[in-house]
Design a protein around this ligand. Structure first.
Ligand SMILES: NC(=O)C1=CN([C@@H]2O[C@H](COP(=O)(O)OP(=O)(O)OC[C@H]3O[C@@H](n4cnc5c(N)ncnc54)[C@H](O)[C@@H]3O)[C@@H](O)[C@H]2O)C=CC1
Ligand SMILES: O=C(O)C(=O)COP(=O)(O)O
Length: 528
């Protein structure tokens, strides 16, 4: 058998190459290639090991005709086009914990550097000045640190900040009250965090929801004199607004490890701004973290290439060869149902029950439960997958109930997912057609049949004449094409639901307009 061939295309600790060789792979270390150069050579490799510099675009993947696995020695995978990789059957893995401590420590270092203006004081002192009276710092003791995102890294930052005698307030829709107590932080909403924080540190992935989470408006809502740290992802903070607010003194200091575009242009507006400090995406750059992630990524990738074992994959569950074909369609259904309740619940999810009926109840429940939870949490975490979702859910205090009912009801096979939140109970169910196609069959106890795919709109209304025409007209006038249309109602004149698939994302103004149509109770955009 020919040896699998791996390319390490970003700077990586030498342990990675050593492990690949020891595990029976050939390995090339070629860093600093342009996308065009990478495209030329990628076709010969079975594995690609990267950090954040290599951008694995659809175009690169198209040329990667032999590629089987991409391994990210680190956490964020926003530089990999995962849908394209999945479509080509390429497994994408990361190392979700290997650099978390190191990155949390970098955020703490940034907080301290801002509090005492260490970089500028250092530069001026070494330039021959003795600017003792130019600098007046602030203590962090007793100050409030507002954490946006309290996952792996945010939690570690919280523990270190508490050790520094700071108070920690955290905004994270996935943080349960119990987990907040365990961490010793106060769970708050974003508005309260902005009003109270003396320091803000961001620790979320970059998603549609977190992009620009510190917008101009939100930073203006902050306490005057706030100091902001971003060691997560560029794009979370509006850089132009940050520049203006530092100039006006509303923001007293800002430290960025990451930029919207990396590397930033040499004339980036923030460069040279007073009380602004930055580092070139060094969050994960310690000897310890780099050894951790290099060893882990090489072991995981070699295991997959040589033995077919799957660990920390973001686009594939870990499955045995016999189970895989049977479970595959169920997992697609389960992930869609999880994603649907996650989008509808939009908030804390302390209790979830996953019920299987008929044929579904006879199968290995683990991948089904994993897929529901992965669907539910994927909007909140970049590294969630079917394998680690149950673990993450447990860690975050989610109560998970599994119910099996071997006897089928009206459907020969059914999965029902119910979440209980402070806003109430939300339950959805789906079945599989005989060709394996997944189908939603029930929402909130109301029968409805729909495919869950692409952009959709969920509308809850009173069952009254005329409403469908008005909704269709609003969308039609805005040039939004309706693909499919599904209706369900509890009883004549009672609660009813409408699920539409639409060709484009529906803008907020239109959602507001639909909300005003008589008898409409709730409008919710969905995406699958
Ligand atoms: N600067 C650097 O070198 C490094 C940066 N990172 C980045 O740090 C970030 C966090 O990493 P982890 O803690 O490991 O991820 P994680 O997945 O454990 O935690 C992310 C947290 O953000 C929360 N979240 C998601 N959407 C949110 C929203 N709209 N508002 C508030 N909270 C939200 C999630 O619920 C989750 O608890 C990632 O973007 C990662 O890529 C990670 C390592 C090194
Ligand atoms: O792990 C992450 O998400 C990081 O951002 C670290 O990036 P790097 O591997 O240092 O290029």
């Amino acid at each position: 058998m020919t040896k699998p061939k791996v390319l390490i295309s970003d700077k990586m600790d030498a342990n990675a190459a050593r492990i690949f060789k020891e595990r029976g792979c050939d390995v090339d270390v070629i860093t600093g290639k342009t996308p065009e150069e990478l495209k030329e050579i990628i076709g010969q490799y079975d594995g690609l090991a990267i950090r954040s510099s290599t951008k694995v675009t659809a175009e690169i993947l198209e040329a990667a005709t032999n590629l089987k696995v991409i391994g990210r020695a680190g956490i964020g995978v926003d530089n990999v086009d995962i849908p394209s990789a999945s479509a080509r059957g390429v497994v994408v893995m990361n190392t979700p914990f290997g650099n978390s401590i190191t990155t949390a420590e970098h955020a703490i270092a940034m907080i301290m550097a801002l509090a005492r203006q260490i970089p500028e004081a250092n530069a001026r002192t070494q330039a021959g000045e003795w600017p003792k009276s130019a600098f007046m710092g602030v203590e962090v003791t007793g100050k409030t640190l507002g954490l946006i995102g309290a996952g792996n890294i945010g939690s570690i930052v919280a523990s270190r900040a508490l050790g520094l005698k700071m108070k920690v307030a955290a905004y994270d829709p996935f943080l349960t009250p119990e987990r907040a107590v365990e961490l010793g932080v106060e769970k708050v909403d974003l508005g309260a965090l902005l009003e109270r924080a003396d320091f803000i540190s961001l620790h979320t992935p970059l998603t549609d929801e977190t992009r620009n989470i510190l917008s101009r408006e939100r930073m203006e809502q902050c306490k005057k004199g706030v100091r902001i740290v971003n060691c997560a992802r560029g794009g979370l903070v509006d850089e132009a607004a940050l520049k203006d607010l530092l100039d006006s003194g509303h923001v007293a200091g800002a430290a960025l490890d990451v930029f919207a575009k990396e590397p930033p242009a040499p004339d980036h507006p923030l460069f040279g701004t007073q009380n602004f400090i930055c580092t070139p995406h060094l969050g994960a750059s310690t000897t310890e973290a780099q050894v951790n992630v290099a060893l882990q990524v090489a072991e995981q990738m070699a295991d997959y290439l040589v033995n077919g074992g799957v660990t920390n994959a973001l686009n594939m569950p870990s499955l045995s060869a016999e189970e895989a074909p049977k479970l595959k369609p169920y997992m697609a259904l389960a992930e869609n149902l999880g994603s649907l309740v996650g989008q509808l619940a939009h908030g804390e999810l302390p209790k979830i029950s996953i019920e299987t009926e008929g044929a579904a109840a006879q199968l290995n429940q683990k991948p089904i439960v994993g897929a529901v939870l992965a669907g539910l949490m994927k909007r909140y975490s970049s590294s969630v997958n079917m394998v680690n979702a149950p673990y993450l859910a447990k860690e975050r205090g989610m109560e998970i109930r599994e119910i099996r009912n071997d006897r089928g009801g009206i459907y020969h096979t059914l999965i029902r997912v119910t979440v209980e939140t402070s806003q109430g109970r939300r339950s959805v169910a789906g079945t599989l057609f005989s060709n394996g196609a997944p189908r939603l069959v029930e929402m909130f106890g109301i029968s409805i049949e729909a495919d869950l795919a692409g952009h959709m709109l969920y509308i809850a209304n009173r069952d009254m004449p005329g409403f469908i025409g008005s909704v269709g007209q609003i969308l039609g006038e805005a040039g939004i094409n309706i693909g499919t249309f599904h209706l369900g109602r509890r009883e004549q004149g009672g609660d009813a639901i409408l699920l539409l698939s639409v060709d484009n994302k529906v803008p907020q103004e239109l959602l507001d307009k639909i909300c005003k149509v008589p008898n409409v109770q709730r409008v919710w955009p969905l995406h699958f």
